[in-house]
Design a protein around this ligand. Sequence first.
Ligand SMILES: Nc1ncnc2c1ncn2[C@@H]1O[C@H](COP(=O)(O)OP(=O)(O)OP(=O)(O)O)[C@@H](O)[C@H]1O
Ligand SMILES: [Mg+2]
Length: 149
Amino acid sequence: MKLRVETAGAMFELGYRLGTALQPGDLVLLTGELGAGKTTFTQGIANGLGIQRSVTSPTFVTVKPYLLAGGGELYHVDLYRVDDPDYLDEQGVLEEMERGAMVVVEWAERSRSLAEYERLWVRIQLEGEGRCMEIEATPQWRDRLQWLR
Ligand SMILES: Nc1ncnc2c1ncn2[C@@H]1O[C@H](COP(=O)(O)OP(=O)(O)OP(=O)(O)O)[C@@H](O)[C@H]1O
Ligand SMILES: [Mg+2]
């Protein structure tokens, strides 16, 4: 499924809608070149989950956990500076996900070992002033895409 997202505000809004639909253990993988809008989308997700703290692109920290008001956790991971394809595994993020944490990964193509997980793939491409989003879901996700509409 492909859609055009014309502005940063619309990107945040789309992320917000996904955030309201996220469930424990969900994995969202984001790919797209520098400045594509991955962090903007993630900020929307975090806001949709009720996180008030500002979500920034982690510079030196590559894994940032956020506690949700109603219990649960969101892990925001940025693999831009990571060369090790098993990083998520080694940092225990996958283990946390199996325990129910929600995980959003920027530069997700730099990771290995995600093939076995149900996941939502979001590929963002620059297109003129706006962006093109390509969204691909594994089976468990397919009947959970109402937030897109
Ligand atoms: N759909 C959109 N249309 C136009 N501009 C956008 C859109 N989404 C985000 N932007 C803008 O693009 C810029 C980069 O966004 P952002 O930091 O979210 O990208 P990123 O993919 O996280 O970048 P990086 O790879 O550096 O982490 C910001 O100025 C943001 O406001
Ligand atoms: Mg970013």
